[in-house]
Design a protein around this ligand. Structure first.
Ligand SMILES: *Cc1c(COP(=O)(O)O)cnc(C)c1O
Length: 835
């Protein structure tokens, strides 16, 4: 483990400091106040990222026992008695500088991987392939950003003898910074696809930026076709862009290259591909357990690295067939007895355990938390130290129950027992022993994290604890949701708050799960349509303030009981609520006043203001937290004059109320379309709805959103139907030529409406679109798959999502994405994952 003194760190950074204890040791760099495992030996770095600012959490971190801080110059630290403080101009720069210096302490080979796709897979496969020969340190999951890279590099230590680090960039000038931190001697450029194109003017610019990672490397592994495609002639005109001494280690399918791929032969029955390559004077073959082109590309890249490191063809032939798929996803699914399972199929190492535990805490909220963990096999760390850290990570997160599986877990038990907030502990020798002894009654209404090394086959546990899946599922990518949140936050002026709309079951994506994620990422407010939805959120442990938009008198009791804040939109509802609050003996109950500025849906009108003020100032039972209105046409530039009129009316109403109330309230007007189009209408807060779920209602390209929801089903049956026959109810599907028809497991009861009948809608199967034939039925639909290669029963079918944008599907159905998303039936299981 690395240990520097805080004084050493201040000296490295050449930064002014205020140090109470110069010999204090720093082992861990902490950038997130929610992740404090070892306060005594952590250095908290107050990063300013996007709209969040680590400086806001310093007293919280101090109270958790941390005494080492890196803050910006001028930050007031007088309250931090006895702390060691390093002052820097920019904390991110300083973190990177510190990591770069740390990197320089080591002289073993460092592989730097970049490219648009495949970085993480190449990194993980190299880890699988080279582990028998090296003690490897690598980036956890895909920690490849401006903060992720320094934190990855910080893990390098004397115990390792090879590092594999990922670098990812989203705009120009970022790579030079990552190069200075990673300083890779061995470079890998995976490919330059379409992914993450925004932020660059073109293909070539993006490729050139990526090449900067290798500006001081000895060797670069790349595919000649990839670079040619990006318009780069690396052996000719563009050679000067790379250091003169750089060895080019290329591979190619067609042209001249260091490694030539001579032959690739897919064997679909066995799910393998046989590859034949030529390197120098030798040719040899090996098999990989995949058949897709991306996997072949990634495997050849790994093969090049092994050849460069002189691992030898024999070991390549031995190890390639054993490659394992890299499943990055952290899946959350419903289990037996009201449980949720968080299944992390990614490698079982310390870094990914830490990340998985964070997700568990984030998802579980106030629920009981159980961790099922197997022995960990981690290179470069003594077991005693490894398990000490595992125990600390578990103890700090207040886990209710710890179930250890494997012979090493005894150590964790001893350590855990002596820690504060020790969980209940159970140990089992093997997965078999566990499954033998325990019944499903052992689990009830709790969140269970499953984290096991592959040999422990935890999929047996997840199959056993998971509910049988109805084969239609909606997959929700929580990382994409957070990405979208950040995109909109970037649009906000400083100080503007954000309310996230999670009404209608989080626009169909699931309210509690989405709200948990949003709470973790510190949005200011949540809003739902009805009190019941708010109660659900409270029961799921959501503590953020929640606005209820549509209240009636029957809901008052639960509103107050669950501390939910009503929207008051009429004199009737206002006086009734005021009276209820008075009867309950409450004071200053938070409420929100809705103004109708032209939508004509709900709200007080401008001429009501005088009477409204009188009612509100008469008593102290209610407190106006916010005043708001809703735009009728925020996404449409053609209606801007009307939008402006609404804004003028809104401002006027606020001014009138403000004068009489004598205290400040939050003013908010904009929804998604308003946020991305009308920066002038942000007032004090915005209400973000559909944008969170990946759809910019104003169709602003610059928003760069990611798909959150993907609706999938499977093929139940395939049949040949001859010309002249008909398909489905009322014989509406007329077959004019002999056809192959697939029956898929989704119907109008799932939200795939009858509007998609008879070719109006299409679905995505095996890379092609298949039109609906005949009428959509309640639970099933027939689609025409004639001519689509390789279709088989049980194949996956995408209804909308990654391949088929929901906006397109909405257009086919002559409606809007809102209706499609919120119309997906409750019986469709939602599966959550993060990547
Ligand atoms: C639904 C709703 C929003 C969010 O609208 P989007 O277009 O989805 O961003 C904002 N405000 C109110 C009052 C709403 O009902």
């Amino acid at each position: 483990m690395n240990q520097y003194t805080i004084q050493q760190i201040a000296d490295v950074l050449n930064a002014p400091s205020q140090i109470a204890e110069p010999a204090a040791l720093v082992e861990y760099l902490l950038t997130d106040s929610r992740r404090i495992a070892f306060p005594q030996t952590s250095l908290f770095i107050a990063l300013q990222t996007g709209r969040n600012d680590g400086h806001l959490y310093i007293s919280e971190v101090y109270n958790s026992g941390v005494r080492n801080f890196m803050v910006r110059k001028g930050f007031d630290t007088t309250a931090l008695t006895g702390a060691n403080i390093v002052f820097v101009n920019n904390t991110l720069d300083a973190l990177q500088q510190l990591a770069a210096w740390h990197r320089k302490q080591f002289h073993y080979p460092v592989i730097g991987v970049t490219g648009s796709n495949g970085k993480t897979i190449v990194k993980e496969w190299l880890y699988q392939l080279l582990s028998p020969d090296y003690t490897i340190v690598r980036s956890p999951r895909s920690y490849n950003s401006q903060t992720g890279v320094p934190l990855s590099v910080w893990q390098m230590s004397e115990q390792h003898n090879l590092a594999i680090l990922e670098a990812g960039i989203s705009t120009v000038h970022e790579m030079a910074r990552l190069q200075a931190i990673i300083q890779p001697g061995i470079g890998i450029l995976t490919n330059i696809g379409e992914a993450h194109n925004e932020g660059f003017t073109g293909y070539r610019e993006k490729a050139l930026e990526k090449l900067r990672l290798f500006s001081n490397s000895q060797v670069l592994v790349y595919c000649t076709e990839n670079l040619a495609q990006a318009g780069i002639d690396i052996t000719g005109d563009d050679r000067h862009l790379l250091p003169a001494g750089l060895q080019l280690f290329s591979w190619s399918r067609s042209g001249n290259a260091t490694v030539k791929l001579l032959q690739e032969e897919q064997n679909p029955a066995q799910d393998t591909t046989q590859l034949r390559v030529r390197y120098a004077d030798t040719t040899f073959s090996f098999a990989i357990p995949f058949t897709d082109k991306a996997s072949v590309d990634n495997a050849i890249t790994c093969c090049c690295i092994m050849l460069y490191l002189q691992t030898g063809a024999e070991k390549i032939q031995q190890r390639m067939p054993a490659l394992q798929a890299v499943d990055m996803r952290l899946q959350l699914m419903k289990g037996v007895n009201g449980c949720y399972l968080l299944n992390d199929a990614y490698n079982n190492d310390l870094a990914s355990l830490t990340i998985a535990l964070d997700h568990l805490v984030q998802q579980a909220g106030a629920h009981r938390k159980t961790v099922i963990l197997s022995d960990i096999f981690q290179a470069g760390m003594a077991p005693a130290q490894l398990y000490r850290q595992v125990a600390a990570e578990i103890s700090m997160r207040r886990i209710s129950r710890f179930i250890g599986i494997g012979t090493q877990m005894q150590q964790v038990k001893h350590l855990l027992e002596n820690m504060p907030d020790a969980p209940a502990i159970e140990l089992y020798e093997s997965t078999d022993a566990f499954l033998h002894k325990v019944t499903t009654h052992h689990f009830r209404d709790e969140y269970v994290l499953l984290k096991g090394a592959r040999v422990f086959a935890f999929e047996r546990i997840s199959n056993w604890l998971g509910q049988k899946v109805h084969q239609t599922v909606m997959e929700i990518n929580l990382s994409a949701l957070v990405h979208n949140l950040k995109q909109y936050q970037q649009e906000l002026r400083p100080g503007v708050k954000l309310m996230a709309m999670v009404k209608a079951f989080g626009y169909g994506s699931g309210s509690a799960e989405i709200a948990g994620m949003l709470q973790f990422h510190k949005v200011d407010y949540l809003a739902v349509a009805y009190a019941d939805e708010g109660v659900e959120l409270r029961k799921a442990g959501i503590s953020l303030p929640i606005l209820i938009m549509n209240v009636d008198e029957a809901a008052f009791e639960v509103l107050v009981q669950y501390n939910l804040e009503p929207e008051l939109f009429s004199f009737g509802i206002l006086t009734a609520f005021q009276q209820y609050v008075r009867q309950q003996g409450l004071q200053q109950y938070p409420v929100h006043i809705k103004i109708d500025t032209g939508m004509h849906r709900l709200g007080f009108e401008l001429h009501d203001m005088e009477a409204l003020q009188a009612l509100l100032t008469q008593s102290t039972h209610l407190r106006v937290k916010s005043v708001f209105s809703h735009l009728a046409s925020s996404e449409d530039p053609g209606d801007d004059a009307f939008t402006d009129l609404q804004a003028v009316r809104f401002t006027e109403a606020c001014t009138l109320l403000q004068q009489q109330l004598g205290y400040r309230f939050i003013r908010h007007l904009s929804n998604t379309g308003g946020i991305s189009r009308r920066h002038d209408l942000q007032f004090d807060m915005v209400r973000l709805g559909i944008g969170l779920y990946g759809i910019d209602s104003a169709n602003n390209e610059h928003m760069n959103l990611q798909t959150v929801a993907t609706l999938k089903t499977t093929i139940a049956q395939l049949r040949h139907v001859p010309a002249g026959d008909t398909v489905g109810y009322n014989r509406k599907g007329k077959i004019t030529a002999d056809s192959l028809i697939a029956t898929i497991r989704i119907g109008y009861a799932d939200g795939f409406g009858r509007r998609f009948s008879n070719g109006a809608g299409q679905v995505y199967i095996n890379g092609r679109l298949a039109p609906v034939i005949g009428n959509v039925a309640m639970d099933m639909t027939m689609v025409n798959v004639t001519g689509i290669p390789g279709v088989q029963e049980n194949d996956e079918v995408e209804i909308f999502g990654h391949q088929l944008p929901v906006q397109q599907v909405a257009a086919w159905g002559k409606t809007i994405a809102y209706e499609i998303l919120t119309g997906i039936g409750q019986r469709v299981k939602r599966i959550y994952y993060e990547d």
